[in-house]
Design a protein around this ligand. Structure first.
Ligand SMILES: Nc1ncnc2c1ncn2[C@@H]1O[C@H](COP(=O)(O)OP(=O)(O)OP(=O)(O)O)[C@@H](O)[C@H]1O
Ligand SMILES: [Mg+2]
Length: 256
């Protein structure tokens, strides 16, 4: 299987801090790949680098074989990689459905004139966008919330709305930053099923940051563990969770 995402020797410094150090990964197409590590270990920074929020100090990022190092975030979305954020970025005063439609328009062809003139092809496109957006809401079990202002949704539903919104851009790679954060155990179990379904139905590769070991063990085929920006383990979840270096990093035995 070929790698949809390949990162070579990626390092990022914030002033004197090496937040990510010599990061290397090959995420196989179709995989659910986990990135784990204690607080502040550099997980979100890794995603920020891959999705163009920062340009790495060193290294190369290849998406489907194309060098995207330093490309702007919207270019990376258009290239086919979409993400969710640890601190949700939902438009609170827009309806749930409009949050999806806005994202969907990233990939539609409507130019300014076609939308002002409301040409037949524009109207057809609008109808298709609406239908596809509703299908995404159904998949995420949010169809009953379509017309509600997004800010009224409970936390677990907002996380699912973010996933739906990322999917609306028709990505081939979906990056999820702690999708289960703030969810109760029932919601976490449901989410695991949903992520697996999304991978199968949308044929996307999933690269996810997670704190819950249960989620990682439940759905990831492969996991990478980082600590202080450095890779400390990589492999199948069961094997990685037993690794003494990983246990030490998680249980905070360092220096004890
Ligand atoms: N914009 C920034 N400027 C300076 N330092 C930063 C910036 N973003 C992150 N850092 C630092 O880089 C390190 C890695 O942070 P990062 O957010 O990537 O960790 P994380 O693994 O996602 O942590 P968490 O589990 O808490 O989400 C931390 O020490 C953090 O304080
Ligand atoms: Mg983070």
């Amino acid at each position: 299987m070929s790698a949809i995402l390949k990162v070579e020797g990626m390092t990022h410094r914030f002033g004197g801090l090496r937040a990510v150090s010599d990061f290397n990964i090959e995420v196989p197409e179709g995989a659910i790949y986990g990135l784990i590590g204690p607080n502040g270990s550099g997980k979100t920074t890794t995603f920020n680098l891959v999705t163009g929020i920062y340009a790495p100090t060193e290294g190369r990022i290849l998406f489907e074989g194309r060098d995207i190092t330093g490309a702007k975030p919207f270019r990376i979305v258009q290239a086919g990689a979409a993400r969710t954020f640890q601190n949700l970025r939902i438009f609170g005063s827009m309806s749930v459905l409009d949050n999806i439609r806005v994202a969907r328009h990233y990939t539609t062809r409507s130019g300014f004139f076609r939308s002002v003139l409301r040409t037949p092809s524009f109207k057809r496109e609008e109808a298709a966008v609406r239908e596809e957006s509703m299908a995404l809401l159904e998949l995420m079990r949010l169809e009953g919330r379509a017309t509600e202002e997004a800010k009224n949704l409970p936390y677990g539903e907002l996380r699912r709305l973010e996933i739906a919104r990322a999917l609306a851009t028709k990505p081939r790679l979906l990056l999820l930053d702690e999708p289960a954060a703030g969810m109760n155990p029932k919601e976490v179990a449901e989410l695991m099923g949903l992520i697996a379904r999304v991978r199968d139905e949308f044929k996307v590769t999933v690269f996810l940051i997670e704190h819950h070991m249960k989620v990682v063990k439940g759905i990831c085929e492969r996991v990478k563990v980082i600590d202080f920006g450095e890779t400390i383990a990589e492999g199948e979840p069961d094997e990685v969770c037993r690794d003494p270096k990983v246990l030490e990093a998680y249980l905070g035995k360092r220096g004890a």
